[in-house]
Write a protein that binds this ligand. Structure first.
Ligand SMILES: *Cc1c(COP(=O)(O)O)cnc(C)c1O
Length: 411
């Protein structure tokens, strides 16, 4: 496929594919840990990069390459670089989102460096920032996402800030971070910028459009789409930097994923455009339904005009995504009863699968977090998080309706 020439759905299907020498339609699963050399010279040429080719599965394999090229294409589709040519990024696939993030951090930061970020990050990222990086002498500064002026002041004073790390929309209240402004600051002050694009997917939002240096996804979520494997991808706009600096860290940290998981990912991405359309239209209908229920307090969904980032989401996202959260007025007991009463929606953490997933942070992901700390992050006792699936929307709504009815008794 001649890249950049096609629509998003076609790029999802054909992007990154290369013809199989034995004429298999889909790329076979390369279940092998090592690769052969015809001669010692060839081995040397592969190690020095003089000849392209695989060496050892931790360094990369054909199933990873396919997913990497597909996702790099989707994140750059329709964008051009400073030279006016189509932007071409490079990507590295990992066995989980966290593995990809740790490659990003350890490839670019050393003791004395700092990261500038904002509140309400994904829990795992937040813990790496609070518990792992400080031990290595890397300090993390948390700014108010709505106050880029204070971030500008920090950048002005502190040359040790090397990376600006953003995530949008955020968990669990779906606040959005203004990509143009924040990435613009990174460019103005000459600092690296990275964006966690997991909740949005490249179909809804392309951070490279604003000049981000790195885009990250937990491919476990919408990109895989079916909940069959964990994975994470780090995409960089500077291909030479990715090939030289980042690849070295990637190989040595050993976070690459399995060929089967990469194969599942490439298969899942084929339907990304179709799924996102349905995920988003279902989410909008579910959010409108919830908004009208007397048992429900606030509904946090950036597609509702009442959400504080409604305008920003309209501006930087094609559609407002399919993640939402809502507050049950009945608090903790109503939350538990509601969750226990679901019959179609699945009780589970994670997101972005075909199935609607529902979780109750106060009794699950954030059970161990002190109530005051939880509430500061917007996680009230009655907060329910929902990842709208692609079932028939009437079925999702009627399940939520009967579970709300069951939970009413608990008020
Ligand atoms: C899941 C997730 C991650 C971490 O990815 P894993 O695949 O679980 O390691 C990072 N950021 C966001 C927004 C996520 O949802």
């Amino acid at each position: 496929m001649d890249d950049q020439q096609h629509g998003f759905g076609s790029a999802c299907i054909h992007g990154g594919h290369s013809a199989d020498p034995r004429y298999a339609h889909l790329t076979p699963i390369y279940a092998t840990s090592t690769y052969l050399f015809d001669t010692a010279q060839q081995g040397m040429d592969r190690f020095t990069g003089k000849e392209e080719g695989y060496i050892y599965a931790r360094f990369g394999h054909p199933n990873a390459t396919e997913a990497e090229q597909k996702i790099a294409l989707l994140e750059t589709l329709g964008l051009s670089g400073p030279d006016g040519q189509p932007l071409q990024a490079a990507a590295l696939l990992h066995g989980s989102g966290m593995a990809a993030l740790n490659t990003l951090f350890l490839a670019h930061l050393k003791a004395g460096d700092k990261i500038l970020t904002h509140h309400s990050l994904y829990g795992g990222t937040d813990e790496v920032f609070r518990k792992i990086l400080p031990g290595l002498g890397i300090e993390v500064l948390f700014a108010d996402p709505e106050a880029p002026q204070s971030a500008a002041a920090l950048l002005e004073q502190d040359p040790a800030i090397r990376l600006i790390y953003l995530e949008t929309p955020t968990n669990p209240t779906l606040r959005c971070v203004d990509l143009q402004t924040w990435i613009g600051l990174g460019r103005q002050y000459g600092r690296l910028t990275a964006v966690d694009n997991t909740f949005a997917t490249p179909y809804l939002q392309q951070p490279f459009r604003y000049g981000a240096d790195f885009v990250f996804h937990s491919t476990t979520k919408y990109l895989n789409g079916h909940g069959t494997a964990t994975g994470g991808i780090l995409i960089g706009r500077d291909r030479d930097h990715m090939a030289q600096v980042v690849t070295k860290t990637y190989r040595l940290l050993g976070g690459g994923g399995s060929p089967f998981d990469a194969w599942l990912l490439s298969l899942g991405i084929k339907t990304l455009e179709l799924r996102m359309e349905r995920h988003c239209s279902n989410a909008m209908a579910v959010a409108r339904f919830l908004e009208q229920q007397p048992e429900v307090g606030r509904v946090h969904y950036p597609g509702l005009a009442a959400h504080p980032d409604y305008q920003l989401a309209q501006q930087q996202m094609k559609m407002p995504g399919a993640m939402m959260s809502f507050e049950l007025k009945g608090g903790l007991e109503a939350g538990k009863k509601f969750i226990d009463s679901l019959r179609l929606c699945v009780r589970a953490v994670s997101l972005g699968t075909c199935d609607t997933l529902v979780s109750h942070p106060a009794s699950m992901t954030h059970y161990g977090v002190a109530k005051a700390e939880r509430e500061a992050a917007g996680i009230t006792d009655g907060l329910i998080r929902l990842s709208a699936g692609i079932e028939n929307v009437e079925d999702i709504i009627s399940d939520l309706e009967q579970a709300l009815y069951q939970a009413k008794g608990e008020r």
